[in-house]
Structures are given as structure tokens and as C-alpha cells.
Design a protein around this ligand. Structure first.
Ligand SMILES: Cc1cc2nc3c(=O)[nH]c(=O)nc-3n(C[C@H](O)[C@H](O)[C@H](O)COP(=O)(O)O)c2cc1C
Ligand code: SF4
Length: 390
């Protein structure tokens, strides 16, 4: 098969995107009442006007206790009218809209949510310094149903796709991890048991929305944590997810928001800016152990390719390559390696119109310097710090 043109239209399950570029989820942090604001709409309208094939709204929690911050949207009837305005604005610019749905599990901020965080096995969360509770089977059943309900709300809101969060040691990803999941029931132990939540959630979403919208999942290839979920296991999970037929594509990711956040991002560690966003005593703790928690990994273009390539060989289903894709060369490399789409986070935060620029001049280079100073801005309105405000 000839290598596809990244800028030509492509089908993704039941939908067609105008090109193969997806704006990756970057929690926008402009939803103070857990509802859509004009700022959130403008954020995604700009990405759509800037040429991306699809933009991903992050993050649309499936359950209220599944938020990393209580100001995050959780999917409920009151959220639908605002989300509909957002998808209308994105569609008017010719792009598609995807809702990232998920449950933060142990990454949820219990203090902010004023609800206990749920995990496969109880542990102290280094983020809130509070104890998480081991999810009961009733919790798992309810959270699975919440994902299906969230997908239904996404359809009602005019979304073209949902992206289910199976990464970063959020709820489902924490179940996959042999380090975080020490359960003795049918959701713990063997890989088949640890993968049960992921498969049940994907199946529940598919059963709810059928082929009304596309269903993607963002799956960890590797937690970046010793003793955590790793390629050998994640490739088997990807194969099971493919066999189940519940998903239209997998977006491959890595890292742990709980144990090793920088593994996902690579590049500079914005230690000072990060510490400033936390209240005491977390701030003091972060200053003391920050260098260990926020380890440095060198940035390089297409830094997830080596791992993602293993998946390309192991499954036939459409795959989205993520991580350090910033220019036409990276996009063409992804296509040549057999990936179906690319997802771009920081480069489109820096320049929402980067895709139009690349379409006009293939030699365009991204202005993102992977300083990662956008990461701590999630608490005050996610933005590239190099873009002048106003
Ligand atoms: C400010 C910021 C917020 C992010 N929020 C999310 C999120 O809500 N959900 C998610 O799955 N990934 C999130 N990510 C990770 C990105 O989706 C992406 O995986 C990561 O930035 C690597 O891709 P890139 O090299 O194209 O930036 C975030 C990244 C940044 C920079
Ligand atoms: S703050 Fe701007 S330049 Fe720095 S990593 Fe984020 S998007 Fe790139």
C-alpha cells in the first residue's frame, strides 16, 4: 500500500477527518464551574481553524470523583449544551471533535473533589497526600457504566469521537499496572485479570454508542516505573482490545502521572513553576523530593516511535503515533512507519495554526522548545508561556 499523505482525508471508524492530524488532549483548565466556557470554545475553535483534522477536549471525566481537579468537566446533562456550542464551533471550522473520557482513579485529587479517590489497591496518593480507597466490584461496575453514559453525553453534545483514557496510571491504567494493582479478585493478578477493566469499559462504550461516533483509546505502552506495566504486557492488551472489536483506533502513550510524570513529556523539568502551583505541605514535599519525582528525560523528535513500532508489528488496527511530532518530517516518518494518524500536544499549544503553516510550507519548524512550562498552567488556564496573553 502506498504511504498515505498526512494532509489528505482519512477515515477513522465511522467518521472521516480532513487530514490525519489530531490535537492531543491537553487539559485546558478553563472550566471553573465544571462547565464549558467561551475560553474553552475559543481554544478548540483556534485549533480547528489552524488546520488539525480533529481536536480533543480534555478532560471530560466519566464520574465526579474521577477528576484531577473539581473544576474539570464531568459528563452530565448540564454539561451538554455548552459542549454542543463547542462542537458546533469546531465543526464550523471544518474539523472534528473528540471528547477524552475517563476516570482519574488514584490520580484524582481527593482534596479538591471532596471525594475519596479510587484505586485498584489502597495507597497514599503523592499528589493529594491522602489515602485512596480500593475500588469495590460495585465501584468498578458503576465506573464502567459511567464511561458508557459519558459517551452517550458526548454523542448528544455533537462529538464525532470519544477517546477513552487508558493511560498515565489513571483508573484503568492503574488496574493494568502490576505495581499499583495488588488485588486478589478477578480484577487483579494475571494480565487477563488486570486487563478486565479496560476491556469491559471499551465494550460498554461500544455497546452504548455503536458506530454513531468513533471510539479511540489512549493506552499506556509503558508506565516508566520499575515493576510497572511494560511493553510485553501492553502489546498483549492491545491485541485483546483489537480482537474485542470495541475500538476504532489506539493512541499510544506512556508514563505515570502518579509516579513518573516527566517520562511522558521529556525535555526540561519546570520545577520552580510546578512547586508554585501546589499548596503547603505538598509544595514543601515537592521541593524536597521534586528531583526524584520529576526526573529528567532528554527530548527527541518522535520519542515514542521505538516502542510504538512494536505495536505496529503486533496489531493491524489503526494506531495514532504521539510524542514529539512537531513537523512535516515527523508526520511523514509516522506514515512511512505504518501509523494511521499522529497526535500533537505541545506543538499545537504553541501554535494552534501550525498545521496550516506546514500545509503552506513543508519546511515549517515548530516554535515549541519543549520547556514544559505549559504543564503547570493547567491550574490557571492551559497555555504556552511563550505566547503573549491577550
Ligand atoms: C499542558 C498539558 C496538559 C495535558 N493534559 C493531558 C490530558 O488531560 N490528558 C492526556 O491524556 N494527556 C494530557 N497531556 C499529554 C499530551 O496529550 C501528550 O500526550 C504529550 O504532551 C506528548 O505529546 P507532545 O509531544 O505532542 O506534546 C497533556 C500535556 C500537556 C503539555
Ligand atoms: S510552554 Fe510552550 S514552548 Fe514550552 S513546551 Fe509548552 S508549548 Fe512548548
Amino acid at each position: 500500500m502506498p504511504t498515505p499523505d498526512i494532509l489528505a482525508p482519512a477515515t477513522l471508524g465511522p467518521i472521516t477527518l480532513r487530514n490525519r492530524i489530531i490535537k492531543a488532549a491537553t487539559f485546558e483548565g478553563v472550566t471553573p464551574d465544571a462547565l464549558v466556557t467561551d475560553e474553552l470554545i475559543e481554544f478548540h475553535r483556534a485549533v480547528a481553524a489552524g488546520g488539525a483534522g480533529m481536536t480533543t477536549v480534555a478532560y471530560c471525566a466519566a464520574s465526579p470523583e474521577g477528576r484531577t481537579d473539581r473544576h474539570q468537566i464531568y459528563m452530565r446533562p448540564e454539561a451538554v449544551p455548552g459542549l454542543r456550542r463547542l462542537t458546533d464551533a469546531v465543526h464550523a471550522e471544518g474539523a472534528k471533535a473528540s471528547a477524552q473520557i475517563g476516570h482519574a482513579g488514584p490520580v484524582a485529587n481527593a482534596k479538591s473533589n471532596r471525594r475519596t479517590a479510587l484505586a485498584p489497591s489502597a495507597q497514599i496518593s503523592p499528589l493529594s497526600m491522602m489515602l485512596t480507597r480500593s475500588a469495590t466490584k460495585a465501584d468498578i461496575a458503576r465506573i464502567t457504566a459511567d464511561h458508557a453514559r459519558a459517551a452517550r453525553h458526548a454523542v448528544e453534545s455533537g462529538f464525532d469521537a470519544v477517546e477513552i483514557h487508558f493511560g498515565h496510571n489513571y483508573f484503568t491504567s492503574a488496574f493494568l499496572s502490576p505495581k499499583l494493582n495488588r488485588r486478589k479478585d478477578e480484577y487483579g493478578g494475571s494480565l487477563a485479570n488486570r486487563a478486565r477493566v479496560a476491556r469491559e469499559v471499551a465494550a460498554a462504550v461500544r455497546a452504548e454508542v455503536g458506530a454513531e461516533i468513533a471510539i479511540l483509546a489512549k493506552l499506556n505502552m509503558d508506565d516508566g516505573v520499575p515493576g510497572g506495566f511494560w511493553l510485553e504486557e501492553s502489546m498483549a492488551v492491545a491485541q485483546w482490545l483489537e480482537q474485542d472489536g470495541s475500538l476504532d483506533a489506539l493512541e499510544l502513550t506512556c508514563g505515570s502521572s502518579l509516579k513518573n510524570p516527566m517520562y511522558l513529556f521529556r525535555g526540561d523539568v519546570p520545577m520552580k513553576e510546578f512547586a508554585a502551583t501546589f499548596p503547603q505541605p505538598t509544595k514543601l514535599g515537592l521541593q524536597a523530593v521534586g528531583r526524584f519525582f520529576l526526573r529528567t528525560y532528554p527530548y527527541e523528535p518522535a520519542y515514542m516511535l521505538e516502542s510504538a513500532r512494536q505495536f505496529r508489528a503486533a496489531v493491524k488496527m489503526p494506531l495514532v503515533l504521539l510524542g514529539g511530532i512537531t513537523d512535516r518530517a515527523g508526520m511523514d516518518l509516522a506514515m512511512a512507519e505504518g501509523f494511521d494518524f499522529v497526535a500533537m500536544g505541545r506543538a499545537l499549544l504553541r501554535e494552534p495554526d501550525l498545521i496550516n503553516k506546514i500545509a503552506a510550507d513543508a519546511a515549517t519548524e515548530s516554535l515549541c522548545i519543549h520547556c514544559n512550562k505549559c504543564m503547570p498552567t493547567i491550574y490557571s488556564g492551559t497555555r504556552c508561556v511563550l505566547v503573549p496573553q491577550g
